[in-house]
Design a protein around this ligand. Structure first.
Ligand SMILES: [Cu+2]
Length: 343
């Protein structure tokens, strides 16, 4: 259907994608039970410091248990659409592991302090001015932040679509762009506008320039990103108004769109989301940056066709509809040949 109003009426648009949570009703009792236990322990904890220590311990234990249970039952992260997904999940797990260690250390220190007998003089021993301690709590986090920063470089380089073997992200070079499909994605309050260069035709010599200067035979679609399995898709991310964030959870891909900039990225489509019976698994596109009152409307979907032929068939049908739409708009706005009053 066409969008109801605004300049996007000239574009093809679809109903917003529907979210499907991998979460059955029978599993709701677990968070409810945890909340109830936490509430009653809190009531108990208000009676003394010892109970507070028990509450903090229980909180840490249930958090760890619930996190592990979700991870084991595949409830946390959605399906991955490419091999980079596994790498990003690995980085996520690394950060989670490091932060968990320090979470449990700080909780243990807190609980230990709470169950201690107060000093005889009733005053705590201050650590203010202890340089050894201050240097340690600066160097230890700095070390782990450096580990995380270095560990993510190769994955980020692949996501940005490096054409060299460098594992350090470098600038985009249009001359060596070897992608199979070019799509400009423009964030606009409140939709995603996709513009496709026809892959059956010669590739624009400078994809970066093409991103800001549309060709006459480009195909325009709203809220749907199409590709085919095995394609390397060069995305050119732009915005016409405020900052948006283009987020595709299954691709573990999230990139801010900044006014005045074209940001290149590369998408590898290792899997199709069309099932063998022809139905489609929902791979949602969402805006991950609060961009205004109708932010929630910025939803779309990714469709990875099984073959390039299927994609070309879709592109051809979309182009035919676009031409018909343009013709009917032109006919509707054409001035009448017969001057008024001379019929
Ligand atoms: Cu937005």
């Amino acid at each position: 259907m066409l969008l109801d109003k605004g300049p996007s009426a000239a574009f093809e648009a679809t109903e917003p994608a529907v979210l499907h949570f991998n979460w059955s009703a029978s599993e709701h009792w677990i968070p409810l039970a945890l909340t109830a236990v936490a509430f009653f322990t809190w009531l108990l904890a208000t009676r003394s410091n010892k109970y507070w220590a028990a509450l903090i311990g229980l909180n840490a234990a249930t958090l760890a248990g619930y996190t592990a249970w979700c991870a084991c039952n595949q409830l946390w992260l959605p399906e991955t659409a490419n091999d980079l997904g596994a790498e990003v999940d690995g980085l996520f797990n690394l950060v989670l592991f490091l932060t968990s260690i320090f979470y449990f250390i700080t909780q243990a220190v807190l609980i230990y302090t709470m169950v201690q007998k107060p000093p005889a003089n009733g005053r705590a021993k201050p650590v203010h001015g202890n340089h050894t301690l201050e240097i340690a709590w600066m160097l230890v986090p700095a070390f782990f932040l450096a580990v995380i920063a270095i560990a993510q470089l190769p994955t980020w380089a692949k996501m940005k679509g490096q054409t060299s073997d460098s594992s350090i992200p470098v600038g985009y070079d249009p001359a060596t762009d070897s992608s199979d499909l070019l799509v400009t994605v423009t964030g606009k309050q409140w939709e995603w506008r996709m513009r496709y260069a026809d892959p059956a035709k010669a590739k624009p010599t400078n994809p970066l320039l093409w991103a800001s200067t549309p060709a006459a035979d480009d195909v325009h679609v709203v809220n749907e990103l199409h590709a085919w399995q095995g394609a390397k898709v060069r995305l050119m991310l732009r915005t016409t108004d405020v900052i948006h964030s283009f987020f595709m959870p299954q691709f573990r891909f999230k990139q801010d769109m900044l006014p005045g900039k074209t940001i290149p990225a590369l998408l590898r489509t290792d899997k199709t989301n069309i099932n063998s019976d022809g139905t489609e698994r929902c791979w949602e596109i969402a805006c991950a940056e609060l961009c205004g009152g109708n932010h929630y409307r910025m939803r779309g979907k990714v469709v990875v066709h099984a073959t390039r032929e299927d994609f070309m068939r879709w592109l051809s049908e979309t182009k035919t509809k676009q031409t018909a739409r343009k013709d009917s708009l032109a006919a509707a706005t054409k001035p009448s040949d017969t001057p008024a009053g001379k019929e």
